[in-house]
Ligand binder design. Structure first.
Ligand code: FPP
Length: 237
């Protein structure tokens, strides 16, 4: 099978990596941000059109304030540092989730980078920030219910396509491959609707150690999958 068009990643294990290396958790996140750069570079090189990263879940707000602050500061420095490279490599930054809940500095930097890269036509790099799949579905359901309520739409007009286009990921194809690092085998409220037919790849490698070679291994594994979308193998031939 060919290279996936859309890779989604649950970047897990920063804390464990830090513990294993006798470092503070923030050091795990910093090393994790370096791997984000490396994975983005590889996707650009391989001309993969869509990469979506679970950078901060709606549940992550419950972490100690110092860790949340460190993650938000890291997001700002990552965005500021990467903007020139995003421009150079024609990367379009995109965000999903309740970005209005981000602290003002992170929100402002994010909006600036979104605006600066909106016309780029290379890799679409989507950051899931203050994101939860159920929250996204709930917001879409409310949006559609309101339209029906207003008379803008009828109940019968709500199709899978219409619901898809009401999600934060509107315009982005469903992921072909979802990678989760650090040995956990859960979806953790990530892209619940969008992953209906996605291939899952779980690895024990902790995110800060997930290098170029590890990504190639995941891509190799994906190439050997037989995706049938509920059909028989023969129907695909
Ligand atoms: C999970 O590790 C990772 C996160 C909660 C955040 C992901 C953030 C990064 C990879 C770095 C910054 C990213 C960007 C885009 C700037 P964990 O802390 O849950 O690890 P643990 O399960 O081992 O404790």
């Amino acid at each position: 099978m060919a290279t996936p068009k859309h890779i989604a990643i649950i970047m897990d294990g920063n804390g464990r990596w830090a513990r294993q290396n006798a470092l503070p958790r923030s050091a795990g996140h910093e090393k994790g941000a370096e791997q984000v750069r490396a994975v983005v570079d590889t996707c650009v090189e391989l001309e993969i059109p869509f990469l979506t990263l679970y950078a901060f879940s709606s549940e992550n707000w419950g972490r100690p304030k110092a860790e949340v602050d460190a993650l938000m500061a890291l997001l700002v420095s990552f965005l500021e540092g990467e903007l020139p490279r995003m421009k150079e490599h024609n990367i379009r930054l995109h965000a999903i989730g309740r970005i209005d809940q981000l602290p003002p500095s992170a929100h402002k930097t994010l909006l600036h980078c979104l605006k600066q890269t909106e016309k780029n036509a290379g890799l679409t790099l989507t950051l899931a920030l203050s994101y939860g799949g159920r929250d996204e579905l709930l917001r879409a359901a409310r949006k559609l219910a309101k339209k029906v309520d207003n008379g803008e739409m009828t109940l019968a007009e709500i199709s899978e396509e219409v619901l898809s286009e009401s999600l934060d990921t509107s315009g982005i194809p469903d992921p072909d491959l979802l990678i989760r690092t650090s040995g956990e085998k859960r979806l953790s409220n990530f892209l619940l609707w969008q992953c209906a037919y996605t291939e899952f790849y779980f690895t024990d490698i902790l995110w800060p150690d997930f290098d170029r070679e590890a990504l190639f291994e995941a891509l190799n594994d994906f190439r050997n999958r037989d995706r049938r979308y509920g059909l028989t193998g023969q129907a695909e031939d």
